[in-house]
Write a protein that binds this ligand. Structure first.
Ligand code: NAP
Length: 266
């Protein structure tokens, strides 16, 4: 039997959600749009109150309008210690607790060969994509995450951290480091806090627009599931790892790639 005569189903994420985060409080960084906003929306839909962060107040205002009264916003750079303090303090002061941290912020200001990489840009990538994730984790733990109830942290990695990613190789280095940070933190913070990562392939957001906007069908051709990712695909995986459905999972990286890893490479 073959499926050649059957149209691709183009299955998209469900909009029916449970209430796995009722009573819980989450911080999602880099969440005024794209994947972070979809994660925050999913957590709110499932009962959480959330603190969302990003640099620009205008984007945060739009996100706040979408998310409603269960969300507050704090503007700042993910790698700024004062901003990290303010956001974590806001979660505890406004909502009284902290259960979930999603280190979603990631940047990629460098394109080209590793041999031509600007070292200042490389340091910035590591500061935002890796060191900031650790800094947010330390502050969240100090503020009580995992103290009275089980805590969960999800780090937003990338398939670029698992395989060659020509042109964005140092971004891949940082996302690989984030995967290892996830493993090390999972070991150190067990059994009180679970730490996992998600590794998406191309997801339709502003961050990845250059990879698909010119010809989306061509960009999607390498994906066995016959489409690019949408932020809700990643939100679903993130919410799973943050929830008690994943209570016996820590230190793992969940690849969410539309089956791209199945494609023959040689
Ligand atoms: N889209 C993909 O194909 C893809 C694939 C794999 C992994 N990822 C990862 O997924 C995460 C989210 O990406 P996305 O595609 O959703 O990007 P996006 O749509 O461009 O959204 C990025 C969000 O992060 C905020 N942000 C950017 N730089 C920041 C900084 N230095 N400090 C604080 N907030 C910052 C942005 O708001 P402001 O501009 O106002 O700060 C925005 O809210 C990243 O870690 C990325 O590496 C994305």
């Amino acid at each position: 039997m073959t499926f050649t005569d059957v149209p691709a189903p183009f299955v998209t994420p469900t909009t029916e959600h449970g209430r796995r985060f009722a009573g819980q409080v989450a911080i999602v960084t880099g969440a005024s749009r794209g994947i972070g906003l979809a994660v925050a929306q999913r957590l709110v839909d499932e009962g959480a109150r959330v603190v969302v962060t990003a640099r620009k107040p205008e984007g945060l205002a739009e996100a706040a309008e979408q998310l409603g009264s269960e969300a507050v916003t704090v503007a700042g750079r993910a790698d700024d210690p004062d901003h990290q303090d303010e956001a974590v303090r806001t979660a505890v002061e406004r909502f009284g607790r902290l259960d979930v941290l999603v280190n979603n912020t990631g940047i990629n200001p460098a394109y080209g060969s590793l041999l031509d990489l600007d070292e200042g840009a490389a340091r910035k990538i590591m500061d935002v994509n890796v060191l900031a994730a650790l800094a947010w984790t330390r502050r969240a733990i100090a503020a009580g995450l995992g103290r009275e109830a089980a805590g969960a942290i999800v780090n937003m990695s990338s398939v670029a951290g698992l395989s060659p990613s020509p042109g964005i190789a140092y971004y891949g280095v940082s996302k690989g480091a984030l995967i290892n940070l996830t493993i090390q933190l999972a070991a150190e913070l067990s059994p009180h806090v679970r730490v996992n990562a998600v590794a998406p392939a191309v997801v339709k957001t502003r961050f990845a627009a250059a990879l698909y906007e010119a010809d989306e069908a061509k960009a999607a051709a390498g994906y066995p599931l016959a489409r690019l990712g949408v932020p809700e695909d990643i939100a679903a995986a993130t919410a799973f790892l943050a929830s008690s459905d994943a209570a016996w999972i820590t230190g793992q990286t969940l690849v969410v790639d539309g089956g791209a890893a199945l494609s023959p490479r040689l």
